[in-house]
Design a protein around this ligand. Structure first.
Ligand code: ADP
Length: 179
């Protein structure tokens, strides 16, 4: 069951689903530094967007951890893809900083490009190994703090690929909103 929260003037939705099917103006890709298709959510986004996405990605000169870069969405419903590279989990103090940068820089890029709705996957919690509960708190705290200051972003969807991840994100969000 999707849930919807009002944060300032914006809406934050949590849903269990497939990010490639979302109709927000932009979807975020949990990319690798080469911005190559790879597997996981990135492979799924490239498959759904078609080969032109990789052609455009090749022109961008890669992407550092925590940065965000914009491309068109090609065959996706979303007009744009925002590519961001999450940290490979290493239990170091840099991990939460880099993960926060992914969400923040993606939202800042959306705001600069006048994009009003955006969907995120759970960055770094697949192959990159970030524990989901820790990552969910960083993701949701960064998004809610940003929305309080940026009413120009009207809708953020957090798209979780499993019911288990969805339940973890839901309880983290309830905790954050209570504090
Ligand atoms: P990372 O390398 O950043 O860990 P992954 O793609 O391995 O990225 O995983 C990130 C998250 O995306 C995982 O929770 C994974 O289950 C999820 N995921 C995979 N495919 C999709 C999809 N089509 N839509 C939404 N989330 C997805």
């Amino acid at each position: 069951m999707p849930i919807k929260y009002k944060i300032g003037n914006s809406i934050l939705k949590l849903i269990a689903g497939d990010i490639t099917r979302q109709d927000t103006e932009a979807i975020v890709n949990a990319a690798n530094k080469q911005l190559s298709p790879g597997g996981g959510v990135s492979g799924a986004i490239h498959r759904a967007a078609g080969p032109k996405l990789w052609e455009e990605c090749k022109t961008l000169g890669g992407c550092n951890t925590g940065e965000a870069k914009l491309t068109r969405g090609y065959n996706l419903k979303a007009k744009y893809v925002i590519h961001t590279v999450g940290p490979v989990y290493s239990s170091s103090a840099d991990d939460p900083v880099h993960l926060r940068d992914c969400y923040k820089n993606s939202l800042l890029l959306a705001s600069r490009k006048n994009i009003k709705s955006i969907s995120f996957p759970s960055i770094s919690t697949g192959v990159f190994g970030y524990p989901v509960k820790e990552a969910s708190i960083i993701a949701l705290k960064t998004i809610t703090d940003f929305l309080k200051e940026h009413p120009e972003i009207e809708l953020v969807k957090m798209v979780l690929f499993s019911e288990g991840d969805y339940n973890i994100y839901k309880s983290s969000l309830e905790k954050i909103l209570k504090d």
